[in-house]
Design a protein around this ligand. Structure first.
Ligand code: ASP
Length: 288
């Protein structure tokens, strides 16, 4: 039996309309190609999501991982979360300092602890206990992507949603947070239901002004709209973004459903993204 597979990646909905994002879009396209090969080889959604998000974290092209910006206290506090559709198991880290791949630490929380969200020094301790790679030279490691050529973007989270060949969905999101965030500020990204969601119906990853996504319970609301309103995927994603706009916020959402339908929408100026459609086509860009 040939089950549909699909995936969507985002590199953040905070974009400057006049700036070129060719490098980021080319990178996302390459990752979508890699995801296609992994899906074709029968890899699990969770493994694919972690691998692709980690590649974005390490690239320094986005406001996540190496490209994150310091907070107002000059510290790099990173957030990430992951959720598996079939089991609704989830894991997240908030205000994590000192690790190359926050999404890998989030996976440890999901798989090796009875908890969903671990913050700060406690998150670092569990990451260290599981031999997650530490940053050895923090002074020189970070290359904030938010200030390209002296021009600033406020947001640039990364995310991935996958439907694998076994019918499993997974959503994953990682961020350095918003530009000049306060020390200790945590946004939507590590909050299951706000920044990330996956169940048997749909996998979702969000980017944008996190405070609004938290107040809209954005990621879980995509699934709720499909379940209770009978909305299709695009309608559900649009409904959530409309709700966020009504609150005064902006951002973007990527999602894939159990049938392999995909959605990548935003109400900001654009969202770096790449889509692998169920028919094998790959699309990548900043606007669509
Ligand atoms: N949503 C993230 C946050 O508020 C920022 C982003 O999407 O770039 O932390």
């Amino acid at each position: 039996m040939n089950r549909p597979t699909a995936l969507v990646l985002h590199g953040g909905a905070g974009v400057l309309a006049e700036r070129s994002y060719e490098r980021e879009v080319a990178h996302l396209r390459d990752l979508a190609e890699e995801g296609k090969a992994l899906l074709g080889a029968g890899e699990q959604a969770v493994d694919i999501a972690v691998k692709l998000v980690r590649a974005m974290e390490e690239s320094a092209l986005y406001v996540a991982g190496r490209g994150a910006s310091p907070n107002t206290a000059g510290r790099y506090e990173l957030d990430a979360s992951i959720m598996e559709g079939p089991t609704r198991k989830a894991g997240a880290v908030a205000a994590l300092e000192g690790f190359i791949s926050p999404i890998t630490a989030a996976r440890v929380v999901m798989e090796a602890t009875p908890h969903v969200l671990i913050a700060g020094a406690g998150a670092a301790e569990i990451a260290r206990a599981h031999a997650i790679e530490e940053i050895t030279d923090p002074e020189n490691y970070y290359q904030p992507a938010a200030v390209p050529d002296g021009r600033e973007i406020a947001t640039g989270t990364v995310g991935c949603v996958v439907l694998d060949a076994h019918g499993a969905l997974c959503g994953a999101t990682s961020t350095g947070g918003t530009l000049r965030k306060r020390w200790g500020r945590v946004g939507d990204t590590p909050i299951i239901g706000s920044g990330t969601w996956a169940d048997a119906r749909v996998a979702v990853s969000c980017t944008g002004q996190g405070e609004f996504f938290m107040r809209a319970n954005a990621a879980a609301d995509v699934s709720a709209r499909m379940r209770y309103l009978g909305s299709n995927l695009d309608e559900a994603v649009k409904g959530v973004l409309d709700d966020i706009a009504e609150l005064g916020g902006d951002g973007g959402i990527i999602a894939v459903d159990s049938k392999g339908h995909v959605s990548a929408q935003y109400n900001s100026q654009g969202m770096k993204h790449a889509i692998l459609h169920a028919d094998g086509r790959i699309e990548a860009g900043m606007t669509r």
